[in-house]
Write a protein that binds this ligand. Structure first.
Ligand code: CO
Length: 166
């Protein structure tokens, strides 16, 4: 089932999400989120983006062997960062460059309740940082480089003027 995407400036995008207690309860939500992400050409999606403030994210299988991550946590391995342009399904039409860590250590549960503990890098590491930010009420627009700030703010102004129907 394709779900409605919550769009900026919805307040729920700014809330801290709660841990998932029972994975069986969110299996259907996770597969609907995955279907929605594919349909909208996204590489990742976090539960708050579909109106559920719980700690669940999905990631395109092209970038991660585990497509759903429950209660994901990351820690940083070293200081190395890189810059790449990002966008977000909840902030349509707005893009800006964001600096992120190149490598992170991931702890999470899979949708089959298996523990994942591993270091990840590259695009997967970037998607993870973006999606886990969503679980903490943080959007990529908060982290955009100063050089892109003006362009992003203009895009946000337009989004604020659109009546949000979710
Ligand atoms: Co996003």
């Amino acid at each position: 089932m394709i779900l409605e995407i919550v769009k900026y400036p919805a307040k729920s995008l700014r809330e801290k999400s709660s841990p998932v207690n029972n994975i069986d309860d969110i299996k259907e939500l996770a597969s609907n989120m995955y279907e929605t992400m594919l349909k909208k050409d996204g590489v990742g999606l976090a539960a708050p983006q579909v109106g559920q403030n719980i700690r669940l994210i999905v990631i395109n299988k092209e970038y991660s062997e585990d497509w759903a991550l429950v209660n994901p946590e990351i820690s940083f391995i070293d200081d190395e960062q890189d810059v790449l342009q990002e966008g977000c399904l909840s902030v349509p039409g707005v893009y800006g460059r964001v600096k992120r860590y190149k490598r992170v250590f991931l702890k999470a549960l899979t949708i089959d309740n298996k523990v994942i503990e591993k270091s990840v890098e590259g695009f997967f590491a970037r998607i993870l940082q973006h999606e886990i930010d969503h679980l903490n009420g943080i959007l990529f627009i908060d982290k955009v480089l100063p050089i892109d700030k003006k362009k992003v703010n203009e895009g946000l102004k337009e989004l604020k003027e659109i009546k949000v129907d979710v």
